[in-house]
Design a protein around this ligand. Structure first.
Ligand SMILES: [Fe+2]
Length: 269
């Protein structure tokens, strides 16, 4: 692939466009508070996913060009979230539209990637469009799938942080958009529990309440692609932190144990 991201000018151009585009959603004096909060949430998330992906790129020894390309993917991966929230006041894709596809449309409409060779712009769009899929397609190039795996890991590393922070402070600052409006009941659905103890990712269709949603997030660990990301999950104590926000039960104890054992085994291998 040709070297195109070598200049600081291009990186600054993307960053400037991103900042201006995002600022546009909260520019009005009378912008509703939930819009300001959620635009800010996704902006900060995007910024941190850039940091996560750069850290992962360094851990994996990527060259500068690949590193820069990964950073652009991370910066723009949730660009559809801003219009999604402003238009629909939700982050639930099936109640609004697919935010990854919407993001690609926005990048195209604003001709953001037109300064890049077509193959590179196309690669960025494909990776973004795959970032929220239940599973990656098996018919794309190894290069594309590599970046998609990298982005999905970097994204999860920060979403865990956002969610844990939210669960720990939800009594003080409620934000229903983060919990997708799910009921905070005391149970865990059987299908969801079974998936996690069988070390499998949870199907979003089976999520019935907030505890199920937390188990779905615990189950993301089984979908992590790269060892440095997995090590971060352990070092940052993400799984324990989510478990602590579940009501005490035998199921909670078992989930914590199963995931901790799986993580240790995986990191040893
Ligand atoms: Fe994201």
């Amino acid at each position: 692939m040709r070297c195109i991201m070598e200049t600081k000018i291009k990186k600054d151009m993307f960053r400037n466009w991103f900042d201006r585009y995002v600022a546009g959603f909260t520019a009005g004096k009378d912008t509703a508070l939930d819009v300001v909060t959620n635009i800010r949430l996704k902006k900060d998330h995007s910024d941190r996913v850039v940091q996560e992906i750069l850290w992962m790129a360094d851990q994996l020894g990527l060259d500068n060009e690949s590193r820069d390309l990964a950073a652009v993917m991370a910066l723009f991966h949730d660009i559809g979230r801003f219009a999604q929230y402003a238009r629909y006041r939700t982050f639930v894709d099936h109640r609004s539209e697919n935010h990854a596809e919407l993001g690609v449309k926005i990048l195209q409409q604003h001709q953001v990637l037109d300064c890049l060779p077509a193959d590179q712009a196309d690669l960025i769009c494909r990776v973004i469009s795959y970032h929220n899929r239940a599973a990656l397609p098996d018919d794309d190039t190894e290069e594309c799938l590599f970046y998609a795996r990298l982005l999905r890991d970097a994204d999860k590393l920060d979403i865990w942080r956002v969610l844990i922070d939210h669960y720990q402070h939800r009594n003080q600052e409620d934000n229903p958009a983060v919990e997708l409006g799910l009921a905070d009941t005391s149970d865990i659905s059987d299908q969801v529990y079974d998936r996690v103890v069988n070390k499998d990712i949870v199907n979003a269709r089976h999520v019935k309440n907030l505890n199920d949603f937390k188990l779905l997030q615990i189950g993301w660990v089984f979908d992590i692609n790269f060892t440095p990301a997995l090590q971060q999950v352990k070092d940052r104590g993400y799984i324990d932190a989510i478990c602590r926000t579940l009501p005490p039960s035998d199921r909670r104890t078992r989930i914590k144990q199963v995931v901790a054992d799986w993580l240790d085994k995986k990191l040893r291998s």
